[in-house]
Design a protein around this ligand. Structure first.
Ligand code: E4P
Length: 274
């Protein structure tokens, strides 16, 4: 499974890249806002163009998704081309992120996202289709030519739990199967958890041999990441906090302590070469 970092904070991107485990980066307007606020707090300059260039240069060759902000197909296509032409030459790694459906409130242009995915993909611009909450949306995005399709795993779980009035923390894995066993069926249009959404999309992409890569987004905790991998996601994009949790286990720390306590001098000498 490839691992993308869901962050616009350059220090985090560089750190994870230095571990040698990074396969890409995803940004959205909220993550850009967070990165800008963090720099403001530290009184560091944020010239947006330069900042994005430095992110791209930090991960040469690894796909970095940059999201459009337009609210119709014309704007999104225009912005997608502009983002790609302006930034792709920097490190050959720009992917344009397009919402599956940009309509909200009273707007009725529900298919403009699909149109933009189709237009940009046909021009050879790689697209990450975002804000996917159903297998049907994923199918449309793949048919329109998206290279990556991003179902929002964590937000599905958040929504279902909120509807059910359940209290939860980000770190809590949503035990959809457990709830079913208790006779409760909580769902959104038949989708009973973020992981079930990933599973359904994985089956559909496989059944119809669709080229799009399934990118599990909105990952909240390590258990969710594991289940997404088991469900067949090609990629997961995860926040820095989840990357840190992935490597940790108290028994590992305990084992390290015992092994360190047990080192005999002759063994230490041998390994240190003195
Ligand atoms: C990345 O592509 C998505 O925009 C991101 O994973 C959304 O995550 P959130 O639900 O934590 O905001």
């Amino acid at each position: 499974m490839r691992l993308f970092l869901d962050s616009g904070i350059i220090e985090e991107i560089r750190l994870v890249q230095s571990y040698g485990i990074l396969d890409g980066v995803t940004l959205n307007p909220s993550l850009v806002k967070k990165a800008a606020e963090k720099r403001e707090e530290k009184k560091q300059d944020i010239q947006m163009g330069d900042y994005i260039r430095s992110i791209l240069k930090s991960v040469p060759g690894l796909p970095v998704s940059l999201e459009v902000i337009g609210l119709d197909a014309v704007q999104m296509i225009d912005e997608g081309r502009r983002i790609y032409n302006m930034f792709h030459p920097v490190a050959q790694n720009v992917v344009v992120k397009i919402p599956i459906n940009c309509a909200y409130g009273k707007k009725t242009n529900a298919f403009d996202g699909i149109k933009a995915v189709k237009a940009l993909s046909s021009e050879g611009i790689p697209v990450n289709c975002t804000l996917v909450f159903t297998p049907e949306q994923a199918l449309l995005a793949a048919k329109a030519g998206a290279r990556f399709v991003s179902p929002f795993t964590g937000r599905v779980d958040d929504f279902i739990r909120e509807q059910a009035g359940m209290a939860f923390q980000k770190e809590d894995y949503f035990p959809a199967e457990g709830l079913k066993r208790q006779g409760k069926v909580l769902h959104d249009q038949g989708i009973c958890s973020g992981i079930q959404l990933i599973r359904h999309i994985a089956v559909i992409f496989k059944n119809y041999d669709l080229d799009a890569q399934l990118l599990a987004a909105s990952i909240r905790n390590t258990r969710q990441l594991r289940e997404a991998a088991l469900a067949g996601a090609d990629i997961a994009t995860v926040p820095f906090a989840v990357i840190k949790q992935m490597v940790a286990h108290f028994k590992t720390a305990e084992g390290m302590e015992t092994f360190t306590d047990d080192i005999v001098p002759a063994y230490a000498q041998l390994l240190k070469g003195n």
